[in-house]
Design a protein around this ligand. Structure first.
Ligand code: LIP
Length: 267
């Protein structure tokens, strides 16, 4: 069993301050930066690098021995600390580069890959989602909870689309039994923000067949601290490196796994 270090309240304060600075940079450069390709359907902008450098600068200044795992390069393990900051400087870069106003910054502090603190900041709405392990989740300082809905017909389901065609088809196959039974389906385009929406009760369910640690570390903690449930797509335990995720208010979890089991999607 992992014995977690006691939560240090400056962790969250530093994460929030760094996320706000990154948000200001992202907004300032919006519509003005060149987009480059990192691979199939995977883009990056100069703003991603600027935001990441500033986040790392602020965190390093406060905690020089901590490590980093950040989306945009330079992921050398660094110091010996078991505390590691997992950073997505701009989550929703495709939206950002196309001018769709849905993106955020996601920052989590992990201990042996388990998130202790997580913040997701939407700079266009000035919405700061934050959670500390065992201490609940907040939106702009006010406690948030997952939704209380229970009937599948009422469920607002979120998802995003992986880059690879086979994974897109898997998303379609998983969506199929849900789409005809739920309220409707949304694809915001920024996974960290979608997970935060589940934590705040704005989405009831979220699933994704392929995500990275920086997309999920803060958002999954937010859901759990808001009273919801996160698992992998088979219903097993999730980890920041697990790749696939089902997050919900808890009430919908079993029903969705059952639907996927019935269509052989949990095999
Ligand atoms: C992206 C996500 C998007 C998801 C992609 C990707 P990025 O992150 O937020 O919703 O579908 O797989 O991870 O590249 O914009 O930071």
């Amino acid at each position: 069993m992992i014995v977690f270090p006691e939560i240090n309240s400056t962790w969250r304060a530093v994460a929030e301050a760094a996320a706000r600075t990154a948000g200001r940079i992202a907004v300032a450069y919006r519509g003005q930066v060149e987009t480059k390709s990192k691979g199939l359907r995977n883009v990056v902008t100069e703003a991603d690098f600027l935001c990441q450098a500033e986040i790392k600068r602020q965190i390093s200044a406060a905690f020089p021995d901590h490590r980093f795992l950040a989306e945009e390069t330079d992921n050398t393990p660094g110091g010996a600390s078991e505390l590691c900051w997992v950073i997505d400087p701009i989550d929703g870069t495709t939206n950002y580069s196309y001018g769709l106003p849905v993106f955020c910054t996601s920052i989590a502090l992990t201990y042996r890959d388990v998130p202790l603190v997580g913040v997701v900041y939407d700079p266009l709405r000035d919405e700061m989602y934050a959670a500390e392990r065992g201490r609940g989740a907040t939106l702009n300082g006010r406690a948030i909870r997952v939704s209380e809905r229970t009937a599948l017909v009422d469920a607002l389901v979120g998802l995003e689309w992986a880059s690879d065609p086979p994974l897109r088809l898997e998303t379609v196959r998983r969506l199929d039994p849900l789409a005809t039974r739920c309220m409707t389906v949304r694809s915001p385009g920024a996974a960290a923000l979608s997970l935060a929406y589940v934590a705040a009760g704005a989405l009831d369910v979220y699933f994704n067949v392929k995500l990275s640690a920086w997309d999920v570390a803060a958002g999954c903690l937010l859901i759990e601290e808001a009273g919801g449930r996160v698992s992998d797509l088979r219903g097993g335990p999730w980890s920041i490196h697990g790749g696939n995720y089902l997050g919900s208010n808890g009430a919908y979890h079993a029903a969705i796994l059952d639907l996927w089991r019935a269509t052989s999607l949990t095999q």
